[in-house]
Design a protein around this ligand. Structure first.
Ligand SMILES: [Zn+2]
Length: 233
C-alpha cells in the first residue's frame, strides 16, 4: 500500500503529463497551419510555372506557323520560276529546290503539330494543378478553423490543469517548494519518477533501503542519482 504522499504525487504526475500533452496540442495547431499555408504557396507557384510552360509551348507553335507560311510562299515562288526556266539544267535545279523546300515544310508542319499538342497537354496539366491548389486552399482553411475552435478549449484546459496542479502540489512539503519549482521548470512532467520495484524508473538506479523506508512512510524523496521526485505507484 503506497503512502498518502505517494498517492498524491501519482495524481500530480498524471496532471503534469496531461498539461504537457495539452501544451503540445496548443503548439501543434500553428505548426499545422504553417504547413498548410506552405502547401498553398507551393501550389500557387506551380500554377505560375505551368502558365509559363503554356506560354512557351504556344510561342513554339506560333513560330512554326510563321515559318510554315514563309516556306509555302517560297514553294509558290519556286513553282513560278519553274515555268520560266531557260534551260533544262536550271529547270532541274529549281525542281531540286522545290523538293527540298517541301521536305522542310513537312518538318515544320510536324513541329507545329507537336507544339499544338504540347499546348493542349500543358493546359490539361494546368487544370489539374489548379484543382489541386483549390483542394490545398480548402485544406488550409479547414486546419485554421479547426485550430480556432480547439485553441480556446486547450487554453481553458491548461488553466484548469494548472489550478489542479497547484492543488495537487500541496502534497509537497513547504521546505521543498523552491527546489520542486526549479525541478518542474526544468523537466515538466519528467520532474517525477515512479519506482519500479526498488529502482528509479527514470535512471534505473537502485533506491537505498533507507530511502525506501522514507518513501513508504510518506517522506518526500528525490532520486539521489537523477534528482527526480520519487513515488510509489
Ligand atoms: Zn533517478
Amino acid at each position: 500500500m503506497a503512502s498518502e504522499t505517494s498517492a498524491g504525487l501519482k495524481v500530480l504526475h498524471g496532471l503534469l503529463h496531461q498539461l504537457a500533452e495539452t501544451e503540445t496540442g496548443l503548439l501543434e495547431g500553428p505548426r499545422r497551419v504553417a504547413v498548410a499555408d506552405r502547401q498553398v504557396a507551393a501550389g500557387e507557384q506551380q500554377v505560375e510555372q505551368q502558365k509559363q510552360v503554356i506560354k512557351d509551348a504556344r510561342r513554339t507553335a506560333d513560330e512554326a506557323n510563321l515559318r510554315l507560311r514563309s516556306k509555302e510562299s517560297e514553294i509558290l515562288k519556286l513553282e513560278g520560276q519553274l515555268n520560266t526556266a531557260s534551260s533544262n539544267k536550271e529547270y532541274d535545279i529549281i525542281k531540286g529546290q522545290i523538293v527540298a523546300a517541301k521536305k522542310d515544310r513537312g518538318e515544320i508542319e510536324e513541329t507545329g503539330l507537336l507544339g499544338l499538342e504540347a499546348v493542349d497537354e500543358a493546359q490539361r496539366r494546368l487544370k489539374e494543378i489548379e484543382a489541386e491548389l483549390q483542394k490545398r486552399r480548402q485544406q488550409a482553411q479547414a486546419v485554421k478553423s479547426e485550430y480556432e475552435v480547439l485553441k480556446p478549449k486547450l487554453q481553458a484546459g491548461i488553466e484548469l490543469l494548472q489550478q489542479q496542479i497547484s492543488e495537487a502540489e500541496k502534497v509537497i512539503p513547504g521546505s521543498e517548494t523552491a527546489t520542486w519549482k526549479r525541478l518542474r521548470l526544468a523537466h515538466a512532467a519528467t520532474a517525477m519518477a515512479p519506482l519500479e520495484d526498488d529502482f528509479c524508473s527514470a535512471c534505473s538506479t537502485r533506491i537505498t533501503s533507507q530511502d525506501m523506508v522514507r518513501i513508504r512512510t510518506g517522506v518526500f524523496v528525490y532520486c539521489r542519482d537523477c534528482g527526480r521526485a520519487l513515488y510509489e505507484a
